[in-house]
Write a protein that binds this ligand. Structure first.
Ligand code: F6P
Length: 540
């Protein structure tokens, strides 16, 4: 039966018509002193996190219908299939076992392999952190350069930043991802090659950006006189393609494995998170995994109505498919989570930005919304105006840590006050004012996620929460959240255009007139540059 024909979907569509114009502030105002409040009815804990979802445009009936939708969509069976290692990524004929990466159960899929890989990572991290791994001039490592992009960068970068207080000050970690040469050049300006270790992270070991940056860094070593053999002490690789990494020049024993049953955007728990382990150490890395495992267990065992990932996924579906929301805002009220929105963008949009279902049929409903965000309070002074007085529905996730990571208590009080005030203002609005320009319609929905503190454990739980939210939405939408065929077309075309930019031949008629014109502008500029460089040589 098509999703939109399920009894729960139809009931939700009818129910939506009855509450589409209801005001959340009226529901809160009408609370009966003798009955549980909305906050009591719509707050749950799981994996060490607290979720208050009472400021959503739902009644008890909406919530019950959403849970019924999850049941009818087979979310529980699909979840169990994923944990059991069944092929849940049919277009690539792969399992999706990121949960196995943090399982403590010796019977979990690939347990021995994962344990072995973690041991290798830990031993390596201890050597580097202890100053025993030395560069070719005999100096200990002080800088790590993580070369990778997408899932091979966003997770590690976000976690290193979030857990900075848990990291060693003896190692600075740089992330180089973009093909824009400015990035690797800036990294080169701020590191001393003698004390630098590069981690080339690429599941495929073919990604254009990563390979170009890795080659540029390798050339920098050679240009400063390092012998080829010395590169071994400065490069390690993380990949599922050992052959290509060895061909690049990384010794087999300096390779850390990625597996085809873990997607790039789900891989920070594996060797793809080596930079994290180097920065925060094996013990904190274990705590990060343990937090994720706690959320995995919660997702597996909690009834749907108490299940945090299920709840936030269903609320997302409620807004996307019934209210027509186009986007979803992530507002972490902690600067340390400044890279969280970018990480979640890949997680949710690369996973669920699909419009063909598991049977290859076009889906007649919306899937992943645009996810965006910035840390509070900065967002308040930038785009929150639109949330308060614009005409667009934007569901928001507020994320706050109750205990600060610093000792400036006064700042923390103001930070939390702002976080709670924004969700209240967005819910309540202000329409009593006679001046129209002062009116705020309110009724903007939000979740508030509370962490006790931004520890490795809490962060692990938070990230697993969003991984499972993504999975639940895909399960309801009947799409494959584990492939990403859409990115291939742009990659293919860029190779053809790079060839055109490098060649003197006239352009084939394969490009449209706009693209041809852009290529011609660039080739003209490049010819000019070559001419002036040549002229410069003649002048000398
Ligand atoms: O192009 C998209 C993508 O394949 C992502 O899914 C992935 O995280 C990223 O590129 C990097 O891929 P790799 O780790 O193979 O270099």
């Amino acid at each position: 039966m098509p999703l939109t024909a399920l009894p729960a979907w139809r009931a939700l569509a009818a129910h939506f018509e009855t509450i589409r114009d209801a005001q959340m502030r009226d529901w809160f105002a009408a609370e009966d002193a003798h009955a549980p409040t909305r906050a009591q009815r719509f707050t749950r804990t799981g994996g060490g996190l607290t979720l208050d979802f009472s400021k959503n445009r739902i009644t008890d009936q909406s919530f019950a219908l959403l849970l019924q939708l999850a049941r009818e969509a087979g979310v529980e069976q699909k979840r169990d299939a994923m944990f059991a290692g069944e092929i849940v990524n049919p277009t690539e004929k792969r399992a999706a076992l990121h949960t196995a990466l943090r399982a403590s159960d010796a019977h979990a899929p690939h347990a021995a392999l994962i344990h072995q890989a973690l041991e290798k990572m830990s031993a390596f991290a201890e050597r580097v952190r202890g100053g025993h791994w030395r560069g070719y001039t005999g100096k200990p490592i002080r800088s790590i350069v993580n070369i990778g992009i997408g899932g091979s960068e966003l997770g590690p970068k976000m976690v290193c930043e979030a857990l900075h207080p848990f990291g060693t000050a003896d190692l600075d970690v740089h992330f180089v991802s973009n093909i824009d040469g400015a990035e690797i050049q800036r990294a080169l300006e701020s590191i001393d090659l003698d004390t630098t270790l590069a981690i080339v992270v690429s599941k495929t070991f073919t990604t254009l950006e990563t390979m170009s940056n890795a080659r540029t860094l390798r050339d920098a070593f050679l240009q400063r006189g390092a012998p080829e053999a010395a590169l071994n002490m400065h490069f390690v690789g993380v990949t599922a393609n050992a052959q290509a990494a060895i061909q690049f020049g990384i010794a087999f024993e300096h390779l850390f494995e990625m597996w085809d049953w873990v997607g790039g955007r789900y891989s920070l728990w594996s060797a793809a998170g080596l930079a994290i382990m180097l920065k925060i150490g094996p013990t904190h890395f274990s705590a990060l995994r343990a937090g994720a495992q706690q959320m995995d267990q919660h997702f597996l065992n909690a009834p749907l109505g108490n299940n945090l990932p299920v709840i936030i996924a269903l609320l997302g579906i409620w807004y996307r498919n019934f209210f027509g929301a186009q986007s979803h805002l992530i507002a972490p009220y902690t600067s340390a989570l400044r890279h969280l929105p970018a990480y979640l963008q890949q997680l949710e949009m690369e996973s669920n930005g699909k419009s063909v279902d598991l049977d290859g049929q076009p889906v007649p409903y919306a899937t992943a919304p645009v996810l965006w965000g910035a840390p509070g309070t900065n967002g308040q002074h930038a785009f929150f105006q639109m949330l308060h007085q614009g005409a667009t529905l934007v569901p928001t996730d507020f994320i706050a840590a109750l205990k600060p990571e610093h000792s400036l208590f006064d700042h923390h009080v103001k930070l939390l006050a702002n976080c709670f005030a924004q969700s209240e203002a967005l819910m309540r609005g202000q329409d009593a004012d006679p001046a129209p320009h002062l009116r705020c319609p309110g009724n903007q929905p939000s979740n508030t996620l509370l962490l006790e503190a931004l520890t490795p454990r809490a962060l692990g739980a938070l990230l697993a929460l969003y991984e499972h939210k993504t999975f639940v939405q895909a399960a309801v939408w009947r799409i494959n959240p584990f492939d990403q065929w859409g990115v291939e077309l742009g990659k293919r075309l860029s190779i053809a255009i790079a060839r055109a930019l490098n060649s003197t031949q006239t352009l084939e008629d394969v490009h449209d007139s706009s693209t041809r014109m852009l290529i011609e502008c660039a080739t003209h500029w490049m010819k000019e540059k070559c001419r002036s460089a040549f002229q410069g040589l003649l002048d000398e």
